[in-house]
Every structure is written in structure tokens, then in C-alpha cells.
Design a protein around this ligand. Structure first.
Ligand code: FES
Length: 153
């Protein structure tokens, strides 16, 4: 299988890796860069556990080929806190107790950051609609919506 060199800016740091052309962004992050915060749930675009931001847009990283992202800027859960200060949405998830097992949480938080940046926080219903690609098997949806509301402008 052919491989390619890909240069990405991940959480503000330039990273260059050579990957098999079939490698997903999720596998690049987890297996090549050791950033295991982004989770693999379905590996098929159905659960949102792998959500990251690519050039500020939400994507399911399991469905995104790494070789197509040369030059892109990626934000993962590891890149949200500043020094020892949590991102406001991370803090809101704690304040609202918006998780149980935590497996979906990194994807929920990145999706929530995207939802806020895109301006889809006018009402709980709107947040629910725009966060609907992120499944929580523990059923924490009400508290997840509250956390996004707490952080929205
Ligand atoms: Fe990517 Fe489920 S792991 S959507």
C-alpha cells in the first residue's frame, strides 16, 4: 500500500508523519502521535466519539483520510486547556456533571466547542439538534446540553 508524508498542525504544534494512505485522521492521532483522547467508538461515522476540529470545523476523524489533510490545523481534546486552566466547556462538563463513563466526552466537548463557534446555541432544542451526531450510551444528554448552554455566549 502506498504511503505519504503529511504535515499537520496539531494543537498548535507542527507534526510530520509518514502514513499508509488508508490511515484515518483518528488512527494518525492515536497511533502515530499518541494522542489517545479522541476515542474510537464505531469507526464508521455513527457515534461522534472521534470528533475533532479540522480548520475549526467539526469532523468525524474516523471517516477522514489523513493524507487529505496536509497543511490542516487540528484541535483535539488534548489541546483545549491552557496551561492548568481548563477550557470553559471542559469546566462546564464538570460543573453540570455531564458524563458517566466518559468515553464519549472528548467528542462531545469538541462537538460542543464547534456548536458554540458555529452559533447554534440559541435554545436547548437547537443545541440538541446540532449535537445530535454525538451519542452518549449513558444517556447524559440533558446535562450535556446544559454544559453547552453554560458556555455559550
Ligand atoms: Fe468516528 Fe464513531 S468512531 S463516528
Amino acid at each position: 500500500v502506498p504511503s505519504s508524508r503529511v504535515s499537520l498542525t496539531v494543537n498548535g504544534t507542527r507534526r510530520t508523519v509518514t502514513v499508509d494512505n488508508r490511515t484515518s485522521l483518528l488512527d494518525l492521532l492515536r497511533e502515530h502521535l499518541g494522542l489517545t483522547g479522541s476515542k474510537k467508538g464505531c469507526n464508521a461515522g455513527a457515534c461522534g466519539a472521534c470528533t475533532v476540529l479540522v480548520d475549526g470545523e467539526r469532523v468525524n476523524s474516523c471517516l477522514t483520510l489523513a493524507v487529505r489533510l496536509d497543511g490542516a490545523e487540528i484541535t483535539t481534546i488534548e489541546g483545549l486547556a491552557e496551561d492548568d486552566r481548563l477550557h470553559p466547556l471542559q469546566q462546564a462538563f464538570i460543573d453540570q456533571d455531564a458524563f458517566q463513563c466518559g468515553y464519549c466526552t472528548p467528542g462531545q466537548i469538541l462537538s460542543g466547542v464547534g456548536c458554540i463557534q458555529e452559533g447554534h446555541t440559541g435554545s436547548p432544542e437547537e443545541i440538541r439538534e446540532w449535537m445530535s451526531g454525538n451519542i452518549c450510551r449513558c444517556g447524559c444528554y440533558v446535562k450535556i446540553v446544559r454544559a453547552v448552554e453554560q458556555t455559550a455566549p
